[in-house]
Design a protein around this ligand. Structure first.
Ligand SMILES: [Zn+2]
Length: 443
């Protein structure tokens, strides 16, 4: 058998290992097996493909990629994003940045600087009347702080603290690991012995291809990156970011130093990331999942205007009072489904209605197709794809599915067969990523 694709084509593919549909304990309401998701793993996903997946409700944690079934989960996850150019910071958000800047510069610096390098009247007026997110985010960074010679001391006027923020590759360092341990043990009250360097690495440092190779390059950054915050040379926070062609996704809000909790780093990092979204030439800022029932997640809705992904149509709907009200009334909301149902004369005419969300079935044993999981392709749609010629990686070489012994005798809606497993993966990935990916199964 000759090679069916060349090295150049192979490089453009994302690889996925299907792990299937599983129920797990819920991290929010702590129900034992309340959350159901479809899982796949990969250490080789292209950022453009990940963006396509994110826009279909997927998310990743290190090399684990998953898409929740919000219809059969206790705490439905809705993907949430905003358009950076439309973002309007609220008063408490503006205050958080100003408060941090004041702390970094310090009262002595602010007093002397006002005297040594006074702002013009226009500048004062402009700053008073409108808050500029970009100015505010960068104001206290050491490289932007004016340091005139103070005639009193004959020395450079220095701010109270040296604050620096840099984008770096997602590699691991001792300082990052120590910060992570401190965070897990202090905030999450976890036992230090639970975590080893390799766990940390799996959690924060792998899963997506990164480019360009060095952070100083002017080329648009894609893939997995770390935004590192240092105060007086000490690493105080690391924000893990997934950069995609049109969007910036905040992976792990922050591994912040608990000593700095009072500064609301969650808020500060989100504001900085929204600014970076615009400055880096991306369009959307993704804050991961929004869980309406989880009080801790509600803050995401305060970055406005915000949008939620419709789990069925994959349209982005404004998270306004109307949508909030619906989410108050019932956990699973798809506005496109609501509109469809409103057009039907009687609810009975819904005919082949999806499996009732509350139906007493063991959904781990049912095919995704029989489950009618929202936002995945139907059996008919997958049949229209050419699964026979989907690529499979076997011991480092590519073959077609049809080359597998017994392939033709298998059925797509048998979740136990290889064809069933592969068909579910295609359904969950969607037609675009399907076309540019390959499956890892036996390696
Ligand atoms: Zn739950």
């Amino acid at each position: 058998m000759g090679t069916i694709i060349d090295a150049e084509q192979a490089r453009k593919l994302s690889l996925f290992r299907p792990l299937g549909y599983q129920r797990n304990s819920c991290g929010y309401c702590h129900s034992e097996n309340g959350s159901a998701s479809y899982y796949a793993s990969s250490v080789s996903v292209r950022p453009a493909h990940y963006e396509e997946l994110v826009n279909r409700g997927w998310r990743r944690s290190g090399p684990l990629y998953y898409k929740q079934n919000p219809q059969r989960s206790c705490c439905p996850h809705y993907s949430i994003r905003l358009e950076a150019s439309d973002f309007k910071p609220r008063k408490d958000q503006r205050k958080a940045i100003n408060r941090w800047n004041k702390f970094v510069l310090g009262p002595e610096y602010i007093r002397r600087a006002a005297y040594l390098c006074p702002k013009t009247r226009e500048e004062k007026k402009r700053r008073k009347c409108n808050f500029d997110l970009f100015d505010a985010v960068h104001e206290a960074e050491y490289s932007n702080v004016k340091r005139p010679i103070d005639p009193k001391t004959k020395k450079l006027l220095e701010p109270a603290h040296r604050f620096e923020v840099n984008i770096e590759g997602d590699s691991i360092s001792q300082a990052k690991f120590e910060l992570f341990l401190k965070y897990q043990t202090t905030i999450h009250k976890e036992d230090v012995s639970k975590w080893q360097t390799k766990d940390f690495k799996r959690f924060l440092c792998s899963g997506m291809k990164r480019s360009p190779p060095n952070a100083q390059s002017q080329e648009k950054k894609l893939g997995s990156w770390h935004q590192c915050y240092r105060l007086d040379g000490k690493l105080i926070a690391v924000a893990v970011l997934d950069l995609m062609p049109n969007g910036l996704s905040s992976v792990y809000i922050l591994s912040y130093d608990p000593d700095y909790e009072q500064w609301e780093f969650g808020k500060l990092s989100a504001l900085r990331e929204i600014a970076l979204t615009s400055e880096g030439g991306y369009q959307y800022y993704y804050m991961g999942y929004y869980i309406h029932t989880c009080q801790k997640m509600r803050y995401k809705g305060s970055f406005r205007p915000q949008y939620l992904l419709d789990p069925e149509s994959h349209a982005w709907d404004p998270l306004d009072s109307e949508l909030s009200k619906k989410l108050d009334e019932r956990p699973y909301v798809s506005l496109s489904r609501d509109r469809k149902l409103a057009h039907l004369d009687a609810p009975e005419s819904a005919g082949n209605n999806p499996v009732d969300a509350d139906a007493e079935i063991n959904d781990e044993e049912v095919s995704l197709f029989d489950l009618h999981m929202p936002g995945v392709l139907t059996l008919e749609q997958v049949k229209a794809l050419d699964l026979d010629h989907w690529l499979l990686v076997v011991q480092g070489t590519f073959v077609h599915m049809i080359d597998l012994v017994g392939w033709e005798g298998m059925t797509m809606n048998d979740p136990q067969s290889v064809k069933g497993i592969v068909a579910e993966l295609a359904a969950a990935l969607g037609p675009e990523v399907y076309k540019e990916s390959a499956v890892v199964l036996f390696d």
